[in-house]
Design a protein around this ligand. Structure first.
Ligand code: DC
Length: 221
């Protein structure tokens, strides 16, 4: 069976729209694999930071991205043998990821690695360009959005639940800056793919979003 015949559901959207949780839950419900493509950009950013590279060192970072020494083991992620699943979630790493993600060479270095996640029985892939660039032939594409204030409040709540401090206005302005960068970059900007279903999660629970995605999938003949 060719990779193309393995079904993929793409879930794209801005930061803190709930994509990660929805993707994991939909994958669990269907018994499929899951790709958190943002983790690959974050891993590249963390790897570059450990090598003391500046976000402008795009040629060097593209080389790092092409041979990223990463191993995914369930929820654990190892970079050069070190467990980094928490480290890649730091805001500093997310900001660096957003900056380097604007570079075409870095994006293309990560392209095949993302496509390699397409395995039977199916894949649910979350990111910014899953439906537009990485899996353009996916039979179901979702564009998950939410009001920026709702997203900032969710992020603040997540941080506080982890016992970390959260400054709502700083989170909001950081999120607006990241949205602007992700949507206005020339390389694979964050836009809804053609034929994508847009779901606004501002006033929905995770369960409601998951049910909606599964209903779209079941409605495909
Ligand atoms: O989804 P996330 O916040 O973990 O992603 C981190 C950054 O990586 C995000 O600001 C933009 C970039 N990214 C991307 O450009 N394309 C993807 N498919 C996934 C993430």
């Amino acid at each position: 069976m060719s990779a193309q015949s393995v079904p993929v559901i793409t879930i794209d959207g801005p930061t803190a729209s709930g994509k990660g949780t929805v993707t994991q839950r939909v994958a669990d419900a269907l018994g499929w694999h899951c790709l958190d493509s943002g983790a690959l950009y974050r891993l590249t950013a963390l790897h570059a930071l450990t090598k003391h590279l500046d976000a402008n060192a795009t040629d060097d970072i593209a080389q790092l991205a092409a041979s990223l020494p990463v191993v995914f083991q369930g929820a654990e992620i190892y970079l050069e043998g070190k467990e980094v699943s928490q480290a890649i979630r730091q805001e500093q790493v997310g900001n660096m990821a957003s900056q380097i993600a604007a570079n075409v060479a870095i994006r293309s270095a990560l392209l095949q690695r993302q496509r390699d996640f397409r395995r039977l029985p199916g894949l649910v892939a979350d990111g910014r360009d899953m439906g537009t660039v990485v899996f353009p032939d996916a039979p179901l594409k979702i564009f998950l959005v939410a009001d920026v204030h709702a997203r900032a409040e969710r992020r603040a709540k997540q941080l506080m639940e982890k016992g970390l401090s959260a400054n709502l206005s700083a989170i909001l302005s950081d999120m607006q800056a990241r949205d602007l960068r992700d949507t206005t970059r020339s390389a694979a900007p964050l836009v809804a793919a053609e034929h994508a279903y847009t779901i606004d999660s501002s006033a929905l629970t995770i369960d409601e979003v998951v049910d909606q995605v599964l209903a779209y999938w079941q409605a495909i003949p």
